[in-house]
Design a protein around this ligand. Structure first.
Ligand SMILES: Cc1cc2nc3c(=O)[nH]c(=O)nc-3n(C[C@H](O)[C@H](O)[C@H](O)COP(=O)(O)O)c2cc1C
Length: 337
């Protein structure tokens, strides 16, 4: 089984990925949040620079419906050593959809087909697709699968929701089944895997699934990939590295063992590292805090009685206030898994 970290705009950029990769069970592939400019902005370039992504397998993600832009971006990415890219056909945001990009392109199958024909005939990169099921309903899903079947995709990552669902309701597993039973592509499942029980259900309903992409579940519980993998040897090695990091941060490492998953001190060290990482590359407390607060929406759900601490984190205007609130949360509350 392969586990991928989902691309999440504003959350899983290179600062997060580096801190995550240092402390927690590694993902097999890390997908970058989407790149959308024809020529990468400095923020987009920073996110994919090889020196910002050492030791990780990175798949840059592109959001466009213009073949010319796609090809110019893949050319630029190739110069940085990337020979595999991912096409975003899932973004549900209104502004993106209005431009017929992301999941918006799914409502225009002929345009999508022509776009894919163009990029697959001209691009020498491997291309994977991350897709939703459609925009307003699932009527087009089988036709979309037939279009995908025409092209030599590296893999097809399916988030089984339609655009209108955003992140509501439960994934439409009957549509994932259609793909599972009919698609010629190597599939990766993505959506609402938050616990080993969710994962076991997926494995028992779809035993042939060999790849899973995780987003919010990992943000909430960074041990999730390790928990899903079980305590395999790769895990143990990762915990040895994590233990060194904790020592480097002057935390006691006594309670960190290869077999124990959730460890407050390790998570605290990760949070401190993340804060340092953002502070190094973003100027101004407010901008750094903006990034950190976005993560706490997810991470906060992993503590007992987090409300009062999360309120303080949300209200913090200075890093010192933020750190006080985070320190108090770690001191006074426990992890729930
Ligand atoms: C805040 C946020 C930002 C996201 N940004 C992206 C993105 O840049 N590219 C993309 O393909 N999906 C993006 N997604 C979707 C996730 O990659 C993933 O498909 C979704 O969260 C479902 O997986 P999960 O249930 O494991 O979280 C984003 C989701 C959220 C909530």
């Amino acid at each position: 089984m392969q586990f991928y970290l989902a691309p999440m705009e504003g959350l899983t950029g290179y600062v997060y990925r580096n801190a995550y990769h240092k402390y927690f069970p590694a993902a097999d592939r890390y997908f970058t949040p989407f790149i959308t400019n024809k020529k990468m902005s400095s923020r987009e370039r920073n996110d994919i620079l090889p020196e910002h992504n050492e030791g990780m397998t990175i798949i840059p993600q592109i959001l466009t419906n213009q073949a010319e832009d796609f090809l110019s971006l893949t050319k630029e990415l190739k110069e940085y050593g990337y020979d595999t890219v991912n096409l975003n056909l899932g973004c549900p945001s209104g502004t993106v959809v209005a431009k017929r990009r992301g999941s918006g392109l799914l409502a225009w199958p002929n345009t999508l087909d022509a776009f894919l024909d163009n990029i697959f005939s001209s691009c020498d990169c491997r291309i994977s697709i991350k897709t939703r099921l459609g925009t307003t309903d699932t009527d087009e899903w089988e036709d979309l699968l037939a279009i995908y079947d025409k092209y030599p995709l590296e893999e097809l990552i399916i988030h089984p929701r339609i655009q209108k669902d955003f992140y509501k309701y439960t994934p439409r597993m009957e549509c994932y089944r259609t793909a599972y039973e009919t698609s010629r592509h190597s599939l990766c499942y993505n959506g609402d895997i938050f616990s080993p029980a969710d994962y076991q259900k997926l494995r028992s309903d779809f035993p042939g699934t060999e790849k899973v992409m995780l987003g919010r579940g990992v943000l909430q519980n960074p041990w999730l990939i390790g928990m899903l993998r079980g305590a395999g040897p790769e895990n143990i090695e990762n915990y040895a590295n994590a233990k060194d990091s904790v020592v480097a941060h002057n935390f006691s490492s006594a309670s960190v063992s290869a077999a124990s998953f959730a460890d407050k001190e390790l998570l605290h060290a990760f949070c401190a590292d993340l804060c340092d990482g953002y502070a190094r590359v973003i100027s101004g407390d407010k901008n750094v805090l903006f990034k950190l607060k976005a993560l706490w929406i997810y991470l906060g759900t992993s503590f007992t009685n987090p409300q009062k601490y999360l309120k303080k984190i949300k209200k913090a205007n200075r890093l010192a206030e933020y750190e006080d609130a985070v320190d108090a949360l770690f001191r006074e509350q426990e992890l729930i898994f």
